[in-house]
Each structure stands twice: as structure tokens, then as C-alpha cells.
Ligand binder design. Structure first.
Ligand code: PMP
Length: 415
């Protein structure tokens, strides 16, 4: 079937409204509305495709916000999760199981350095772990970047550089300076011997796929090394192959962070996060300093191993680079007046528009059977499964001009 085509829907006999209408009415009566309406009700997925409750098919270029590294229902994840839940479920951190040990070993091998891993359940928690490591240095001050996103728990929100998200929750913990992203001199001026940590996304995802100038991460490493400050790289969105390397910082020569935060793609759809520390930072947490009931859950870790196995085989990361480049060239090659350029790396791409019509593009795309996201008024973000096929990439590019025309028309009528 083609994106946007409809299968028989899921409307219950004897009830009113379509499947989408029914699920919408039910969530509005039961879930907190903290993401803003409307929310498309999805009921099924397969690879890079999903179906809504009316049976309409979509090409899923949101991918759970860069979570579904292997797409929906990948056999490796289904098999690993089924096997693990049937073998040993949760054990608590009073005990230890094979999957978290194996996953930590695998991650450290991919980093290529000795270190220690703390498993948790989300990106915000991974950052929270880094925040607490920073506190244990005894230094009071932290540096983060304007526009950066690190999560919504109070500690991670203090590092998130988006005032609109912070303001309702002031005061936030910590003494945090937010410097302009990509500005080496501003970073140098902000970091002192009182600075516990500097946290940076190698590419700012939530802020609209903002890529820093070449040399930024390397300069950040030099600046933090000079003051004995921890360099924390937040790879929650960019890590686990998303940008064509296991970790995006590995695309930059000479950068060895002290701490890396991971989540999203790591579990391939199961909730898992990780705070990974190297060198002296790996030994900052002592007994009693930090913990979480579900961290290291064997089922989530088994899914993580399946993700790493699959992405480690068959040149999967080369494929991420190649299909990402195919998308970039295809989209820029359209020469559409609404498209300025495409930025990002691998399969974390921002389509930068010439006008602030990203929400209109998102809606027009959905109407045409393509799911995309609008993190900024003029940026459409795509982060499909890393196993996206060339044919699926081409289908997206082919459908895009019609979507952009509709959005452009809506922009006009709004003027
Ligand atoms: N850090 C980064 C870079 C992120 O993109 C996100 C989520 N978008 C987070 C942290 C927070 O992750 P979570 O939503 O799992 O708490």
C-alpha cells in the first residue's frame, strides 16, 4: 500500500465516531494534555510504517522522536524481549543480571575506552545522573548552551537552555550559565575552575537540528581540560548510530568526553537511558549516592543488545550515512522555493524552510501520509528508523513537493 491509503478501520460496532475520533475522545478524558492537541492516534507499526485508528497508513519519519532505531516490530527486538521476559524479568539493583552487564560492556567497547555505566530509564534521568556527578566534584557552577535541550526533570531542566520551559518552574537547582551554542569564546569566558561541568549536544536536536561550527567540540574539550571541568556530551538524540557514527562526537577528531548521556535509540522502543563516565568521573558515584528501581532492567537491556547487534552488522551505520545523504540530496535537489537547505547528520535531519511554515508542513505531511515534526517555526525535523530503505527515502522525497505546496498555500491565505 502507499502512504496515506486506508485499510478497514477499527471503529467498534455499535459505537459512534471513527476509530481516530474515539481514541481522541478517550485520551482527552484520561491523559494530561501537556503536549498540545491534536495528537494522531496510532495503533500499529511495521518497520518505518504506522497505521492510525482509522486504518490510514503513514511513513513514520518521527520514529518515536529518534527512539525507534530499528523501526516498529523488528524481529531482533521482538525475539530478545520475548526471550528475556520469559527467562528473568526484573531483579532490582540489590542483584545483578547478565543483560545490563553485557550491555555496559558492549557500550564501553563502542566508546573504545574503559569507563562505567549507570543505567536509568530516560534521557532526562541520564542527564540527571550527569548533574549529580557534577555536584560530587564539589564545584558549584555549570555551563550549558542556549537553546539546548536536556530534559524536563528539575536538574535536567536547569541545564535545558529554553527559558519558556524553565520559567514556570523557577527556582531551578544549580548555578547554571547558558552560553550561545557554537560560540567558542563565550564558552571560554564562562568556564572557570569553579565550573563542575559543561554539557553540550553534538547537534542540538530539539532546538531544530542545529549543527555547531567545525572545531566546537574540540575547543570545548580543550577549555574544560584546562580548568579540570567535566565535559558532558548529551548524545540522547544523536547517539546509537543516529548520525551515522555510534556516537556523533566520534565524527570529531580528538574529542574524548568525561561523561556521555544516552537514551532514545538505545532501547529501540523500550525505555532505557544511560550515564556513561570515563576516567576519574567513572568513580565519582559511591555507595548510596544515586539509584533507581528500574535502571538496568534486563528486558530493556536485552532490547538494547538487540539494537547494538543489529546496528553492528551488515554495515548498518554506513547505510545510515548513505540513506541520510540520499534524503538530503533528494530534498535539496527538489529546488522547492520553501526549502532553504537541509542540515544535520545521518538520519537526524532538519529541513530548513525559507518561511516560518513548519507547523503547516507538519500538518500537510500528515494529511499526505508522512509523519514529520516541527521543532522550530522554520525547521521540519526528520528522524526515521535507521533501517530506512532507499525506496522509503525516495517515497518521502517524491511526496514532499506536494506537501510543501499545500503548506505554502496555507501560508499565503494566512497573510
Ligand atoms: N537530551 C536530549 C539531547 C534530548 O533530545 C532529550 C529528549 N528529546 C532529552 C535529553 C530528554 O530525554 P527524555 O525525554 O527521555 O527524558
Amino acid at each position: 500500500t502507499e502512504p496515506g491509503t486506508t485499510e478497514p478501520g477499527t471503529t467498534e460496532p455499535g459505537t459512534t465516531g471513527t476509530g481516530n475520533e474515539q481514541l481522541t475522545a478517550r485520551w482527552q478524558g484520561s491523559l494530561m494534555d501537556n503536549y498540545g492537541t491534536p495528537r494522531l492516534p496510532l495503533v500499529r507499526g511495521e518497520g518505518a510504517k504506522v497505521w492510525d485508528a482509522d486504518g490510514t497508513e503513514y511513513l513514520d519519519f518521527v520514529g518515536g522522536i529518534a527512539v525507534n532505531a530499528l523501526g516498529h516490530g523488528h524481529p531482533a527486538i521482538v525475539e530478545a524481549v520475548t526471550r528475556q521476559i520469559g527467562t528473568l524479568g526484573h531483579v532490582s539493583n540489590l542483584f545483578v543480571a547478565e543483560p545490563p552487564v553485557a550491555l555496559a560492556e558492549r557500550l564501553l567497547a563502542l566508546f573504545g575506552r574503559p569507563g562505567k555505566v549507570f543505567f536509568c530509564n530516560s534521557g532526562a534521568e541520564a542527564v540527571e545522573g550527569a548533574f549529580k556527578l557534577g555536584r560530587l566534584t564539589g564545584r558549584p557552577h555549570m555551563v550549558a548552551t542556549q537553546g539546548g535541550f536536556h530534559g524536563r526533570t528539575m536538574g535536567s531542566l536547569a541545564l535545558t537552555g529554553q527559558p519558556a520551559k524553565q520559567t514556570p518552574f523557577l527556582p531551578l537547582p544549580g548555578d547554571v550559565t547558558h552560553v550561545p551554542y557554537g560560540d567558542v569564546e563565550a564558552l571560554r569566558a564562562a568556564v572557570t575552575e569553579d565550573t563542575a561541568l559543561v554539557i553540550i549536544e553534538p547537534i542540538q536536536g530539539e532546538n531544530g537540528v542545529v549543527v555547531p561550527p567545525p572545531g566546537y567540540l574540540k575547543a570545548a574539550r580543550e577549555i574544560t581540560r584546562a580548568t579540570g571541568t567535566l565535559l558532558v556530551l548529551d548524545e540522547v538524540q544523536t547517539g546509537i548510530g543516529r548520525c551515522g557514527h555510534w556516537f556523533e562526537y566520534q565524527a570529531h577528531e580528538g574529542v574524548e568526553p568525561d561523561v556521555v548521556t544516552l537514551a532514545k535509540g538505545l532501547g529501540g522502543g523500550l525505555p532505557i537511558g544511560a550515564t556513561v563516565a570515563f576516567g576519574p568521573a567513572a568513580d565519582l558515584f559511591g555507595p548510596g549516592h544515586h539509584g533507581t528501581t528500574f535502571g538496568g532492567n534486563p528486558v530493556a537491556c536485552a532490547a538494547g543488545l538487540a539494537v547494538l547487534d543489529t546496528l553492528g552488522a551488515d554495515a548498518a551505520l554506513d547505510h545510515v550515512k548513505a540513506v541520510g545523504e540520499r534524503l538530503r540530496q533528494g530534498i535539496e535537489g527538489l529546488g522547492h522555493p520553501l526549502v532553504s537547505h537541509v542540515r544535520g547528520a545521518g538520519l537526524l535531519l532538519g529541513i530548513v524552510l525559507t518561511e516560518s511554515l513548519a507547523p503547516q508542513v507538519q500538518q500537510a505531511a500528515q494529511d499526505a501520509g508522512l509523519l514529520v515534526n516541527a521543532p522550530a517555526p522554520d525547521v521540519v525535523r526528520i528522524m526515521p528508523p535507521l533501517v530506512l530503505t532507499d525506496a522509503e527515502a525516495d517515497a518521502f522525497v517524491q511526496a514532499l513537493p506536494g506537501v510543501l505546496d499545500v503548506a505554502n498555500g496555507q501560508g499565503r491565505t494566512g497573510e
